[in-house]
Structures are given as C-alpha cells and as structure tokens.
Design a protein around this ligand. Structure first.
Ligand code: AMP
Ligand code: MG
Length: 306
C-alpha cells in the first residue's frame, strides 16, 4: 500500500507478543496482496484487467472495501471515487517529475473513470467494469480497513490493548494498562483550537488524517494534493488538514479523503449526519495571512474536551 505499518500491543509475555506480531504482519501482507494498486499482481490489479470482459468473483476482503467505497461514492455524489486510478497515476507521475499532467492526458484518463462504471453484485460476490482500461485505486480507504483487520485478529488471539498505525490511519482497541486511552497527537495543526492541546485520548476508535502536508507537488507556486477532485480531475489546491474520528478505520479513512474533496462546509455537514463520526478541518492556506480557519463537528468538540 506504499506505506509503513506500525503495531503497538500489550501481551502477557514476550513469546505471545512475538507470535502476535508475526500473525499481524502476515495479515497486513495478505491484505497488501489483495488491495494494493502498487502491485501489478495484486488481486485488485488482476481483477481490473479482467473485469471489463466479464464479472469477476472477488475475495471477501476486496469485496468489503469495494462495497464501502461505492456506498461512500453514492452518498457524496462521487466525491469519493475509487475509479480515479488512471488520473491518480498521472498525478503520481507529476509528483515524481514536478510538472503538471497535460490536459489531453488528464481528459483521456478521465474517460476511464466514474464510480457508476463499477458494478458490484452482492449475491454473486462479483465486480464488473463497464469500460476497458479502468484502474481502481483503494489508496483512500484500504489502510483503514487493514488496520481494522489487524485489531480484530489481535482480539481473536486474546490481545485487547493495541494500536495499529499505517501513516495517517490509526485504529486502537482497549486503553493501555492504567491509562484512560491512547494519546493520539494531531500533527500539523499546532493546536489552532482554543483550549485543545492537539492530543485526543481514545479507545475503541479510529483516527485518520488527510491532507497535503506529506504528499503534494508544487508547481509555479501552486500546491496540488495527492487527493483528486473527481469533477475536475485536478489535485486539490484547497490546503486542508483533515482529521476524522470514527469507530472503524475503514470509515475514518474513507471519510477523511471524502470530506477533503467536499471542503469544510459540505464536509462537516456530511459528518454531522453520521452518528459515529467526528471531524476537524483546518484550512492552512498560507496565502490569506491571518490565523488558520478551523471548523469542527459537534462530536469532535465533545471528544477533545473529554
Ligand atoms: P488519504 O490519504 O486517505 O486521503 O488517501 C489519498 C489517496 O486516495 C490518494 O493517494 C489516492 O490514491 C486516492 N484518491 C485520490 N483522490 C481520491 C478521491 N477523490 N476518492 C477516492 N480516493 C482518492
Ligand atoms: Mg482516507
């Protein structure tokens, strides 16, 4: 998935910790083989090559992530869109070469996108692609799902106090011994919210952060995020640092990417509809000098004052 996974856990003894780590990283590896778009032979990439000819039966893991992605796409009129693969690849190339993708290539890539061109059949457990040369990209949601699965596997092995972090996507189970929860610092914000230190104390929760602080390309003074607006096919330029807290990593991860695209107003309104989610959005646009604009959902306010 193009990232590092970090696992922290409490176990009764070193041997059980070691065997838990082994099993957990094996599961990460298994999900990487299923969901990664960086690996030509992952289940996802093999499916993409075949599924425009006929529906392809997919594994439970892949199906769950595809289904959650499509649900989010439908709820947001396609702000979250895993079919942007061909466009995301052009932007990845642009980051490497530090030049903008040309308009003709973007337009051509855009013709092979659109979440409505991915058709899932729940009964048959298949995926079908209505157009050739489509590439699905689960980079906005797969890390959260993988973290969920590792937490679940650890619980099955009797390990209830754990943290799994895949760069900006973190899932935690029970609090560490003697603590109220896991202290999760929210970076890049320098605590722009009055009376908030920037640290949340969480258990049984997922936190995802999204933004352009790490992955971006700057061309002619404009900064383009690795998150693409499906309507324009252009990397976001709105300079938002987004934090979402939810019960499950798959939700927190999917939502952080989604509300980045939606922007603060629509994004927070969407989060308010979900009783399990909370969000903080900081507009770090350095062009309008003054202090950063901060918006938070009502449940985020509750979380930080706990
Ligand atoms: P995240 O860091 O969770 O916000 O995910 C960002 C990644 O999601 C990007 O690197 C792309 O692989 C993918 N992506 C970019 N734009 C979108 C979008 N509009 N919808 C879904 N996934 C996207
Ligand atoms: Mg995400």
């Amino acid at each position: 998935m193009g990232t590092l996974f970090r696992i922290v856990l409490y176990a009764p003894d070193e041997a059980s910790a070691q065997s838990a780590f082994r099993a957990a990283f094996d599961r990460v590896h298994e999900l990487d083989e299923a969901l990664s778009d960086y690996k030509p032979e992952s289940e996802l990439m093999r499916m993409c090559r075949e599924a425009s000819r006929h529906p392809v039966h997919v594994s439970d893991d892949l199906y769950r992530v595809l289904e959650a992605s499509q649900k989010l796409a439908e709820q947001t009129d396609g702000a979250f869109d895993i079919t942007l693969g061909p466009v995301v690849r052009l932007w990845r190339q642009a980051r490497k070469e530090k030049r903008l993708p040309d308009a003709a290539s973007l337009e051509q890539a855009g013709e092979h996108c659109g979440y409505r061109n991915l058709v899932l059949d729940q009964a048959a457990h298949t995926a079908f692609l209505k157009k050739p040369d489509m590439i699905l990209d689960l980079g906005g949601i797969a890390k959260g799902y993988t973290a969920d699965e590792v937490i679940r596997l650890l619980q099955e092995r009797g390990i209830f106090q754990a943290l799994v972090a895949a760069s900006g996507d973190i899932v935690v189970s029970d609090a560490p011994p003697g603590k109220k929860g896991w202290a999760i610092g929210i970076d890049s914000l320098d605590s722009p919210v009055a009376d908030f230190t920037g640290v949340l104390t969480l258990s049984h929760a997922a936190v995802s952060t999204s933004g352009d602080t790490e992955q971006f390309v700057e061309i002619e003074g404009q900064r383009y995020s690795h998150i693409v607006d499906p309507k324009t096919k252009i990397g976001l330029t709105n300079r938002l640092a987004v934090t979402v807290v939810a019960k499950q990593g798959i939700d927190a991860d999917g939502l952080d990417t989604t509300i980045s695209v939606m922007g603060p107003k629509r994004g927070i309104a969407f989060i308010e509809q979900n009783p399990d989610a909370a969000a903080l959005m900081v507009n770090i646009n350095d062009k309008n000098q003054g202090p950063p604009e901060v918006v938070e959902s009502s449940r985020f306010k509750q979380l930080r004052s706990r």
